[in-house]
Structure formats: structure tokens, C-alpha cells
Design a protein around this ligand. Structure first.
Ligand code: NAD
Ligand code: TDX
Length: 340
């Protein structure tokens, strides 16, 4: 099988390429990635010389480039990981989220249709369901939960999902969609909660916790997310949405405390800052459908996954120090200046 992996130089797409090399070396992977601030070729370095791996620098919004690539490569399947993915950036710069996440998805759908791709998989997010109240631990997102978005990021992802579903209904395109909760693991850009807190704690810098730290996220190790995406690609039913989550709910404060304790750093580093506008309270996934219908099971608990992840950031300082020494400095100063 020849698979187009868009956004393969990013966190989850990059890990998917490593997953493929480990589990399906017989398949060919072509990565299409624009190498925005979030794309990093160092993540793919170990794969670059493999005969059945190819990297193409390009933008999913570029119709001409995408059409030419599809004509040349004749893909069997497309997995669309490419996106603007950071909620705080979407609050500051919403337009690029609509352009990449909605219009980029449409370009890929059109090319997949024209070249008869056998499966188009859209990597979506649990954020399309909005949030759950903090005092109703009995409530979970199912695939039937109505879309109810909060941020420009989640609105753009929900819009893309609707387009994908429309192409299924209208053109009978062979699509699937996955909606996963918060990921963590190796190669995550240090703007997201876990790598941001690890890198700052290691430098003895203050840890900016939004609001009172009581917001809840449901954490999935990136390996488990990718094993689910791969299972859906091979065994999922066309036209279906699958939620992915492992019942690992933690408050943001609990996550930060776990990091501090493993790194042996003091809790005095915690600094409560102004809340994110529209901040979703709680995400929690009901993963019954993918577990029962496809037999998916995560291999990580939050504790084993966090131990391994923190160790990875300790062992791979070069990977993230390159990032935080560059334009990232300006990002942090700009994004956090009004939160003090
Ligand atoms: P990321 O920001 O780390 O990576 C995104 C990648 O897409 C980067 O390599 C970037 O260069 C590339 N990209 C951006 N715009 C592009 C464009 N116009 N053309 C081509 N490439 C482009 O994101 P991530 O965390 O790896 O997320 C991957 C996908 O998974 C996204 O669709 C996101 O919505 C979804 N998702 C993420 C999480 C999470 O916790 N991170 C959870 C659920 C779903
Ligand atoms: O500095 C911070 N302080 C803080 O308290 C940052 C960056 C975050 N937070 C809080 C906000 C959230 O409640 O931590 C929580 C997690 O924040 P993010 O890492 O920004 O993730 P989130 O907003 O939950 O969205 C993530 O999960 C769903 C991904 O970024 C999305 O791409 C994915 O779709």
C-alpha cells in the first residue's frame, strides 16, 4: 500500500511515520508537509534514507502541487494529519486555521476523489464536541455527541469534518474520521502543555498554569493514537467516525505536579496566569466503539507514558533546544505577555 501522510513532519504525523516503519515496513509512505513553525525534519531524520519513504515539501492548500503529486504517486490511501493545531495561536490568528484546516482539507478531498484513492482518513479531534462540565464525571463524548465548538481551532476542525462527511454522502467517497483526545509523547512541539512545562521546569523557569489549573484533559500517548489511526485505516468501516481515548483524565495542575515530581523540581515554579479565552473545561472520551468494533486497546497508562516521555525530553535535549533557541523565544514573549 502507498500512503500519503500529510503533516508528517509534525508531532503526531512524525510519530506515525515511525510507527509505520516499525509495524508495516512493506508499505510506502510519502510525507507532504509545508514545514511551518511546527514541522521539523529532524523528527524524520532516521527514516529519510529508507527506500520506501519519501519527503515532499509542500502546502496542502496548493491545488496544483497536490494534483501533480497525486497524479505521479497514485496513492492507495491518504491520512490527513496536516493542520494548524495550537488553540492559543487560533485565538490570535484565526484566518490561517480556516485556510489550512478547512480549505487544505478540501484540496486533499478533491484530489483523493479525482485519483480514486481507496481510503481518505481525516485526523480530527475531540475538541469538535466542545467541553463537558467539571462536576459531571459521568458524562463522556461519544461519536453521537453534537458538534459544539469553542475556539477558532476547534471550529475549523469541525468544519473540515463536515466537509469530509459531505464528500462521503454526496460523492460516496471512502472516508473515515478519528477524533482523539490530548496527545503526549516524543517530538511534541514545546508550545503544548506537557513539553512546555518539561522544558521550562528543566530551566527553572516559571510554569504558566491558566486559570486555577482545574481544567481536565483526557491524555493519550501518541503511540496509542497512531495504532488506532492505523487500525481504522485497515479495518475501519467507511463513512464512520471513531473516538479515541484511554480514560486518562487529569487536571492541568495534576499534570504539572507529575512533571515537577519526576524532575525533582519545586512546586514554587507554578505560576497561575490569566485564563485562555473560551477555555474548554473538560474533555473525556468514551472509546467503546473503537475498542469493541475494531479491538483497539492502548498499551500505555498515563503513568508509564509520562515516565517515558519525560525521559525522552531529558535524553533528546538537542531536538527541543534547537526549537526553543529560535523564533520560539519571540512566540513565548508575545503569547504570554498579557497573561501575568
Ligand atoms: P503539529 O502542529 O505538531 O503538526 C502539524 C504539521 O502539519 C506540521 O508538520 C506542519 O508543518 C504541517 N502543516 C501545517 N500547515 C500545513 C499546510 N498548509 N500544508 C502542509 N503541511 C502543513 O500538530 P499535531 O499535534 O501533530 O496534530 C496533528 C493532527 O492531529 C492535527 O490535525 C490535529 O488537529 C490533530 N490532533 C492533535 C491532537 C494533539 O493533542 N496534538 C489531538 C487530537 C487531534
Ligand atoms: O501554558 C499553558 N498553560 C496551561 O495551563 C498551556 C500551553 C496550556 N495550558 C492548559 C490549557 C489546556 O487546558 O493546558 C491544557 C492543554 O493545553 P494544550 O496543550 O494547548 O492543548 P489543548 O488546548 O487541550 O488542545 C490539544 O488537544 C486537542 C491540542 O493542542 C489540539 O491540537 C488537540 O486537537
Amino acid at each position: 500500500m502507498k500512503i500519503l501522510v500529510t503533516g508528517g513532519a509534525g508531532f503526531i504525523g512524525g510519530n506515525y511515520c515511525h510507527y509505520m516503519y516499525e509495524h508495516h515496513p512493506e508499505d510506502t509512505v510519502v510525507v507532504l508537509d509545508a514545514l511551518t513553525y511546527a514541522g521539523n525534519l529532524e523528527t524524520l531524520q532516521p527514516l529519510m534514507d529508507q527506500p520506501n519513504f519519501k519527503f515532499v515539501k509542500g502546502d496542502i492548500r496548493d491545488r496544483e502541487l497536490v494534483d501533480k503529486l497525486f497524479a505521479e504517486e497514485q496513492f492507495d490511501a491518504v491520512i490527513n494529519f496536516a493542520a494548524e493545531s495550537h488553540v492559543d495561536r487560533s485565538v490570535e490568528y484565526p484566518s490561517i486555521f480556516v485556510e489550512t484546516n478547512v480549505l487544505g482539507t478540501q484540496v486533499l478531498l478533491d484530489a483523493s476523489r479525482k485519483y480514486n484513492v481507496k481510503r481518505y482518513h481525516q485526523v480530527s479531534t475531540d475538541e469538535v464536541y466542545g467541553d463537558l462540565p467539571l462536576d459531571r464525571k459521568d458524562l463522556f463524548f461519544t461519536e453521537d455527541t453534537p458538534l459544539h465548538t469553542s475556539s477558532p481551532y476547534s471550529a475549523s476542525k469541525a468544519s473540515a469534518d463536515l466537509l469530509v462527511l459531505a464528500y462521503y454522502r454526496t460523492y460516496k467517497m471512502p472516508i473515515t474520521i478519528s477524533r482523539c483526545s490530548n496527545n503526549y509523547g516524543a517530538y511534541q512541539f514545546p508550545e503544548k502543555l506537557i513539553p512546555l512545562m518539561i522544558s521550562r521546569a528543566l530551566a527553572d523557569e516559571s510554569l504558566p498554569v491558566y486559570g486555577n489549573g482545574a481544567n481536565v484533559r483526557d491524555w493519550v500517548h501518541v503511540y496509542d493514537h497512531n495504532s488506532a489511526v492505523d487500525l481504522i485505516l485497515r479495518k475501519g468501516k467507511i463513512g464512520e467516525v471513531y473516538n479515541i481515548g484511554g480514560h486518562n483524565e487529569r487536571t492541568n495542575l495534576q499534570v504539572v505536579e507529575t512533571i515537577l515530581s519526576q524532575l525533582g523540581k519545586p512546586e514554587s515554579l507554578i505560576h497561575y496566569v490569566k485564563d485562555r479565552p473560551g477555555h474548554d473545561l473538560r474533555y473525556a472520551i468514551n472509546p467503546d466503539k473503537i475498542m469493541h468494533e475494531l479491538g483497539w486497546k492502548p498499551i500505555y497508562t498515563f503513568d508509564t507514558g509520562m515516565k517515558e516521555t519525560i525521559q525522552w525530553y531529558l535524553d533528546n535535549k538537542e531536538w527541543w533546544e534547537h526549537i526553543i533557541n529560535g523564533a520560539y523565544q519571540n512566540y513565548y514573549a508575545e503569547m504570554y505577555k498579557d497573561r501575568q
